[in-house]
Design a protein around this ligand. Sequence first.
Ligand code: CIR
Length: 255
Amino acid sequence: MAPPIALTREITPAITQCELTHLARAPIDLGCARLQHAEYERTLATLGCEVRRLPAAPEMADSVFIEDTAIVFDELAIVTRPGAVSRRLETTAVADALAAFRTLHGIVAPAIADGGDVLVAGRRVFVGVSTRTNRDAVAQMRRVLVPVGYRVDEVAVTGCLHLKSAVTALDDDVLLINRGWVDAAVFTGFELVDIDPAEPYAANALRVGGSIVFPSEFPRTGDAIRSRGFDVRAVPAGELAKAEGAVTCCSLILR
Ligand code: CIR
């Protein structure tokens, strides 16, 4: 079987002008961010991915956070219409790169959507309604995904930027969650692993094959995931965290 492809995108120096919603602006060390990003890419390669890095879009401050521009399924991909106006042009290059691999469907106005709000676990798709994603987008995704066998549920997001700041999938049946930011009752039927209360930003984990790419800044939650039997690969992710980015945000994985 062909190896999974991980699409990533180079960090632009304009990252210092990134969008911020819940964090105060802190200086971002571009060199450090790039080193950490390279280590992230190396980890994806170690896990068997063929990493394809798209060039930076110099004037698009947040373009490294490629996850927000598309949602990739085995059957198709959905190109988003990002909620932040400053991010709308990021999708063009990503759509061009994805077109070789998937049939593309676009989110269109008045819908807005960020990929960070879309959690996929098996045939279940949870879409966070947030400042970046609205109910029109949920309806548009449902129209595309239900015919190919997915169930799409809407989830309210409060207290954090995206749904996947609050909950991500460790496998098809197990979710990592910060119950303070999302209502756990939505996920009935799933096994839930709680983040450590001292690490509120730790609910964002990236699943690659059978392994979990996870920020080294959250060792307690990392240990909790490990103790559930998962192979955890710790990567430093602190610099882009200042831009409100986490590990899922920096790649699109095509199986
Ligand atoms: C933004 O506010 O759009 C960026 N500064 C951070 C985006 C992070 N993306 C993600 O969580 N999927």
